[in-house]
Design a protein around this ligand. Structure first.
Ligand code: FAD
Length: 393
């Protein structure tokens, strides 16, 4: 086993760090969506690690993607969602499951962040249970017509292109789902922003879809094969979400080490108190364990091997680690943890998403336990890629 990053991965980590220091840190307090910042991230290639050069990427792989995503999330977890929307769950799903015209039209524009993406699973009555999706698609012969509503859609107010999961027949449950690329600049696409606790650099929307139109060629995978598309997209999304959670852990650790070294009480820096040391030790251990597990999942994906189980374990643990690390950081900071002056309260708010997004902690537990108990194998051959796109140009 080799746990070292390659030279290329290490260089990408440095590039992301330098960018974050220069461009993210000065604007951190604003906690708002910043289109120009996203454009710069795209231009720099931060979203392109897992894409072939012909698709605007660097062909560096999923582990490189994880490293870059973690680094950015260490500075602002709110920007982590972009690593799904401009990479994993939107353009990667398009590249993997779309036809040539979908690939040519949408993938490069998203990876370079010239255009913004969103991914639409969740609905008011379909959260964890995506087979309950009610948004209806009708095949009108020369186009698709989509009606329904979505909620909790990251970047839903600003996206140009969406992957919309809908059903052609609800009675078929999983087997009725379709994944369709929708261009959002049309009258029937009606997003409204939802105020939320954290991750504010990425606006969240509920979206009404009224007679939304999509060309027939925009179907990803097969008619009724949307569940497969969703599962592969979610696996890849969990690489980003897990990496983002590790970023929060590292940010909490960095802030806590600094504070514990500086803050003096009872005539000594608080680092000297064993109870504070315990918290620091636990933060280091949780952070490094989460990182190793997330990187194992990304590495397996780089090898073309199944990784559903491993990335579920990683995403579950990393989400728990992020929430715990944020709580411990608050504790170490005492009253200053509660203050808006320091970023620790932001880490606390941002961390909770990691127990929810891309499958809740309970849904990860179900997947992991069902696999261990022999009830349902997590790593099934469904990850087979329909075409070999590695050499696409
Ligand atoms: C900040 C943020 C960003 C998001 N971005 C997106 C996005 O871009 N696109 C998108 O489609 N969605 C997005 N979501 C939605 C997210 O994917 C859902 O919130 C998540 O899947 C859970 O669905 P739910 O909220 O409806 O909760 P529910 O499914 O209603 O779950 C509620 C509780 O019940 C538990 N539960 C449910 N079923 C079971 C079960 N079978 N066994 C045990 N426990 C169970 C859950 O674990 C949870 O604790 C986002 C959410 C947030 C908070």
């Amino acid at each position: 086993m080799n746990f070292d990053l390659t030279e290329e991965q290490a260089a990408m980590e440095r590039m992301a760090k330098n960018f974050a220091e220069k461009e993210i840190v000065p604007n951190l307090k604003k906690e708002e969506f910043n289109r120009e910042l996203v454009r710069q991230m795209g231009e720099l290639g931060l979203f392109g690690s897992a894409f072939p050069e012909g698709m605007g990427g660097s062909a560096s792989g999923f582990l490189a993607h994880s490293v870059v995503c973690e680094t950015i999330s260490t500075y602002d977890s709110g920007l982590r969602a972009l690593f799904n929307l401009q990479a994993m769950t939107v353009p990667y799903a398009m590249m993997e499951w779309g036809n040539d015209s979908v690939r040519k039209k949408y993938v490069k524009a998203l990876v370079s962040a010239q255009k913004l993406g969103c991914t639409c699973f969740s609905e008011p009555n379909a959260g964890s249970d995506i087979a309950a999706i009610e948004t209806k698609v009708v095949d009108k012969g020369d186009h698709f017509l989509i009606n329904g509503s979505k909620t909790w859609i990251s970047n839903g107010t600003v996206a140009d292109y969406a992957v919309v999961y809908c059903t052609h027949d609800r009675s078929l449950k999983h087997n009725g789902l379709c994944a369709i690329v929708v261009e959002t600049k049309q009258r029937g696409w009606q997003p409204h922003e939802i105020p939320k606790l954290g991750d504010k650099a990425s606006p969240i929307a509920e979206i009404g879809l009224e007679d939304v139109v999509a060309p027939k060629g925009n179907l990803l995978g097969e008619w009724g094969g949307g569940f497969k598309v969703a599962m592969t997209a979610l696996d890849r999304g969990r690489i980003s979400v897990g990496s983002g959670a590790v970023g929060i852990c590292q940010a909490c650790l960095n802030a806590s080490v600094k504070y514990a070294n500086e803050r003096v009480q009872f005539g000594r820096p608080i680092r000297d108190y064993q109870m504070v040391k315990h918290l620091i030790a636990d933060m280091v251990t949780y952070t490094e364990t989460a990182r190793l597990m997330v990187r194992r999942g990304a590495w397996l994906n780089d090898q073309g091997r199944p990784f559903t189980r491993e990335i579920a374990v990683a995403k579950y643990f990393a989400g728990e680690a992020a929430v715990r690390a944020a709580g411990w950081a608050m504790e170490i900071h005492g009253g200053m943890g509660y203050s808006l002056e320091l970023p620790v309260e932001k880490y606390y708010r941002d961390s909770k998403l990691y127990q929810v997004g891309e499958g809740t902690a309970n849904i990860m537990r179900l997947l992991i336990a069902d696999d261990a108990l022999g009830l349902k194998k997590a790593n099934r051959p469904r990850l087979k890629v329909p075409v070999d796109f590695r050499d696409l140009s």
